[in-house]
Design a protein around this ligand. Structure first.
Ligand code: HEM
Length: 157
């Protein structure tokens, strides 16, 4: 009696751990996680790709042009170059189909002596630009989270 119970248990255990069952479920879960990785949209896609990014940057440039705190830094700038480079940089940062090959944020901003106040203000202007471009708050937050680590490389005072 005891023996047959043990045998039954062993058999059911053998059945539940049969190699074919295990491999199938393993393969299935592997395919699942792979296809999930392939279908999960990038931040660039979630925000609305190039039209959305262009919209944000157009607004940002207009807003900077009327701003008393940071405009002085941009007074001598080549707006077209800034616009182009910022577009590629943010597209790259949001995992879009772009490769930013320009200088590092540290090298670009080093000689500008940007202080904390100006940096924070620039981020506020960026938020205004995202609002004006109708970017949803969750996507705004994801973008801001990508910009946050740049803070220490851009502030130089
Ligand atoms: C997260 C924040 C920032 C990002 C992602 C960023 C990004 C960039 C990029 C990609 C460029 C173009 C570089 C090039 O021409 O090769 C640039 C240039 C520049 N940035 Fe920033 N920047 C940030 C913050 C700031 C702040 C806070 C200021 C000033 C208060 C500033 C002032 C400038 C100026 C004046 C230029 C040069 C434009 C030119 O003459 O071409 N940036 N920035």
């Amino acid at each position: 009696m005891k023996k047959s119970i043990i045998l039954l248990l062993l058999m059911s255990c053998f059945a539940c751990s049969s190699p074919s069952g295990n491999i199938e479920s393993h393969v299935e879960s592997h395919i699942d996680s792979n296809s999930q990785a392939q279908t999960e949209p990038t931040l660039y896609q979630k925000m609305g790709e190039k039209p959305a990014l262009d919209n944000i940057i157009d607004h940002l440039i207009n807003i900077i042009g009327q701003d008393d705190v940071v405009f002085a830094h941009f007074a001598q700038s080549n707006v077209t170059r800034f616009q182009d480079q910022l577009t590629v940089f943010l597209c790259h940062l949001a995992d879009g189909p772009c490769q930013y090959k320009g200088d590092s944020m540290e090298d670009i901003h080093q000689g500008m002596y940007i202080n904390k106040n100006e940096f924070n203000h620039f981020v506020e202007l960026f938020i205004e630009a995202m609002d004006a471009a109708d970017i949803s708050y969750p996507i705004q937050n994801l973008l801001l989270a990508q910009l946050a680590p740049l803070r220490k490389t851009i502030i130089n005072m």
